[in-house]
Design a protein. Structure first.
Length: 265
């Protein structure tokens, strides 16, 4: 059985690093995984995690808008991002000798995004996210099935009750200071895992030294958004557990219905 080599490291500022070397092809992949998803959002502020995924490509202190993509594509690479209930991740795949570029790009927007966040960019990306919601949820047959399923499976106080896309009302109400606070809370080295896999040179501390150089001086956030039970307080957890127990009790009281089909021979 083929084994996957894995090295684990941690910088003093809390950034977790995973290295996996594979020289089968001369490419390397970089994935930065933040411990923040829609479960961390508060009532009235749904869709923030997904909205910020878009904001992360709008430039930073040392990068103009969309230059992240421009640099990656100029060396023959590709990249994207995704948001889910529990996490948000950003990734690039590019030629091995351009690894340092990807590391620097991720460090740059982790450290220096906020100075470039403006009301104009927020308004622009808010409209982009709204159009995305219209195209994949609101204006397609049965597009809301996933949202409905989450609402039925999880009680209203549960962090999985609402969808990752968020509501139109909450997106419209998002303010610049709310978005900046969301970034400051969750986008920090001690709330992230950086994974590098592919054809990189293991000697001379590479690529570990490159990560230390790019990410090592980024400030730590004290307990970034960590709360009990998937980002919720102890009281909210007790409410959830009470609702869960009530739901189980109601299901036990309901009569079982068994459908039988007679097969003609």
């Amino acid at each position: 059985m083929h084994s996957v080599p894995i090295e684990r490291h941690r910088l003093p500022n809390g950034l977790r690093i995973i290295l996996s070397r594979d020289t089968a092809t001369p490419i390397v992949a970089v994935n930065l995984w933040y411990d923040v998803g829609s479960k961390h959002e508060r009532p009235g502020k749904t869709g923030f995690a997904h909205l910020f995924e878009h904001m992360m490509f709008q430039g930073s202190k040392n990068l103009a808008k969309n230059e992240h993509y421009t640099f990656i594509q100029s060396v023959g690479g590709s990249g994207n991002a995704s948001t889910h209930l529990d996490r948000t991740n950003y990734y690039e795949t590019l030629p091995s000798h351009e690894l340092e570029l990807a590391i620097w790009l991720e460090a740059e927007r982790m450290a220096n995004l906020l100075p470039a966040v403006t009301q104009e960019k927020l308004d622009n990306q808010r409209d982009v996210v709204k159009n995305e919601r219209r195209s994949v949820v609101d204006n397609v047959p049965y597009g809301t099935w996933d949202e409905k399923l989450q609402e039925l499976l999880f009680p209203e106080s549960h962090p999985y009750h609402h969808s990752t896309m968020g509501s139109m009302e909450d997106l419209s109400a998002a303010k610049l200071e709310d978005v900046k606070a969301f970034f400051s809370t969750y986008y920090c080295p001690n709330n992230a895992v950086l994974t590098i896999a592919g054809d990189f040179e293991p000697g001379d501390g590479q690529p570990l030294d490159q990560v230390r150089h790019g990410h090592g001086e980024i400030d730590v956030v004290a307990q970034p958004g960590k709360r009990d039970f998937h980002g919720w307080s102890q009281q909210e957890r007790l409410t959830i557990e009470s609702q869960r127990a009530q739901s189980h009790s109601q299901r036990r009281q309901q009569p079982r219905i068994t459908r039988m089909t007679r097969i003609k021979t």
